[in-house]
Design a protein around this ligand. Structure first.
Ligand code: 16G
Ligand code: ZN
Length: 545
């Protein structure tokens, strides 16, 4: 059977639901799971074509992250392990929205021609598949496999139930010729974590249960996976709650998104946890926030968000670089460029703090692909969204120099230890995407290295009070932003009106942006008081309505 008839036959089994309109958006296609089969089938085709084009392994992940359990979604991992190249997003949209088998076929033929992709079976495509714990995942996975198999010469490799970052890590590892099983992932994380822990200064601190970390697994894939990883770690006691086995519902009253947005304790947490070090993962474990329950009498938490995780990482790395370069003449050392990447959602106090450390801070629009791309311009690029998605990227040239330097330095010297720590960080931290597990292990290792409590960390700076609102609109594309979403250039006049409101508040800052995942305009405001932030957000929301 030839390529055309295979495609025509297979795609006719996955008709697009009437009236549906899909958009690849910030993080892939996302919708109610019931309408997603055709989209996931077509995403399978896309992943296979991308693999053929790049002659590398690609990935396809089925997840709707922190969204409700009845939703699902699909996104493609590029050969680097990062997000699908933006250049292919219009094709992704066109594929997902093709009205019938004929137009789908036509689109594929034209695109393959334009990109010089040959589907004669002589070139092999390989796509790694993963899914989270959503019940709809199984049938959608089947649709994805059919999509991949619709492209002649393609192989779908089912990696099973995974966190999103695990799948991305595997794609990257495969293309680097490394071993890429879940076991290999866990070994890399646990061995680099152990390495960081052996370098904790002073006598080894006793890690009793009084120093335990309590983790909210969002009733998603992360809880169970973390329990497996835990068995390979020393020096860290973790108690996982909401691991999905206790009957709780995915992302309902639990998880990093809930904790960060609502700023209240998740289910299964309460007065017994006062003062404990707590952390929360999202449904597919690519986001991480920490929190403290300050008192038994209320549901409120002290949030330690992505900005603060970023600040802890930046501070630690800067300190290690300082030790490494001590006494070395500028001309003799590789000058590592350290950069910090945030979005407009970063709390103003965090940006001030980071700049106060003398760091270069840049803003990008919301969405991992933008932050990641920017961070990759540095030798060490640290990026985080306030919502807890982020990672640290190391350039190959810097790592190469660091390896060499490490071998030259006197054995056991402070300088060599700094080199070992930085090398360990580069292995611990997922280089493909933000990963709640590597983030969590790095936070824990740094707190141990600095001998800091979560309270000390939380008090690095005080967050400015902030408020987020969303406004339902007919057409979110009416709002167009510039300067990393800090300025609204359309509709005309709105930015001037926002400015006029903002200047009324000490430390006032506010912006609007169209959501990339929902039909809403998001409003963000911060000010020196909570009341100020609230009223500023409300008046800006009125301007949008
Ligand atoms: C997606 C993005 C996240 C972003 C969020 C914003 C990825 C992997 N995820 O979840 O980075 O913060 O969308 O959503 O890129 P919004 O556009 O609806 O505000
Ligand atoms: Zn997620």
């Amino acid at each position: 059977e030839d390529q055309k008839s295979i495609l025509r036959r297979a795609s006719s089994r996955f008709p697009i639901p009437p009236g549906a309109k899909f958009s690849y958006g910030t993080a892939g296609f996302r919708a109610d799971a019931l309408v997603l089969e055709s989209t996931v089938y077509r995403a399978g085709i896309l992943a296979a074509l991308r693999s053929l084009k790049t002659r590398s392994v690609t990935g396809l992940m089925i997840t709707a992250s922190h969204n409700k359990i009845s939703d699902n979604g699909v996104k493609i991992a590029d050969p680097s392990g990062g997000m699908l190249t933006q250049a292919w997003e219009p094709f992704a949209d066109a594929l997902a929205n093709a009205a019938d088998s004929d137009s789908l076929l036509q689109l594929i033929i034209e695109f393959a021609k334009k990109e010089s992709i040959v589907t004669d079976g002589n070139c092999r495509a390989e796509v790694l598949l993963g899914r989270d714990t959503r019940p709809s995942g199984e049938s959608l996975l089947e649709a994805a496999k059919q999509g991949i198999n619709s492209i002649v010469g393609s192989a779908a490799i089912d990696m099973g139930i995974l966190t999103t970052p695990q799948l991305h890590w595997m794609v990257r590892a495969r293309n680097k010729g490394m071993k890429a099983s879940e076991r290999d992932y866990s070994e890399q994380l646990s061995s680099s974590f152990r390495c960081l822990m052996t370098l904790v200064p002073g006598e080894c601190k006793v890690k009793g249960t009084d120093n335990k970390l309590v983790v909210d697994g969002a009733n998603g894939v992360g809880g169970g996976k973390l329990e497996c990883l835990m068995n390979m770690l020393d020096g860290l006691v973790i108690e996982v709650r909401n691991d999905g086995k206790g009957g709780g519902i995915l992302n309902e009253g639990v998880g990093a998104d809930y904790v960060q947005k609502e700023k209240v304790v998740p289910q299964e947490f309460g007065s017994n946890d006062v003062g404990m070090r707590c952390a929360s993962l999202d449904g597919d474990a690519d986001r991480l926030v920490y929190f403290i329950v300050p008192s038994a009498s209320s549901d409120n938490i002290v949030l330690v968000d992505g900005d603060k995780i970023l600040s802890l990482f930046a501070l630690f790395i800067k300190e290690q670089l300082g030790i490494l370069y001590k006494g070395v003449h500028e001309n003799n050392a590789y000058q590592a460029r350290l950069g910090v990447v945030q979005t407009a959602y970063a709390n103003g106090a965090s940006t001030d703090y980071l700049k106060g450390l003398g760091l270069e801070v840049v803003l990008t629009p919301t969405g991992v692909k933008f932050l990641h791309e920017k961070a990759a311009e540095y030798d060490i690029g640290i990026y985080f969204e306030a919502n807890g998605h982020g990672t640290i990227l190391f350039s190959d040239s810097f790592l190469c120099w660091l390896e060499k330097r490490h071998n030259e330095l006197p054995e056991g010297s402070e300088q060599q230890k700094a080199a070992v720590r930085l090398l360990a960080v580069s292995k611990l931290v997922n280089q493909a995407v933000g990963d709640a597990f590597s983030g969590l292990l790095l936070v824990e290792a740094i707190l141990q290295n600095l001998n800091w409590s979560i309270n000390h960390w939380s008090e690095l700076y005080w967050d400015l009070p902030s408020r987020q609102l969303k406004v339902k609109v007919m057409d979110r594309t009416a709002v167009v932003t510039a300067n990393a979403e800090t300025v609204a250039v359309k509709p005309p006049g709105i930015q001037e009106a926002i400015n006029a409101e903002t200047v009324k508040y000490p430390r006032g800052r506010s912006f609007i942006r169209p959501s990339g995942t929902e039909d809403v305009i998001r409003v963000y405001a911060e000010a020196s008081t909570q009341e100020g932030a609230d009223t500023l957000a409300q008046s800006v929301a009125k301007l949008v309505e």
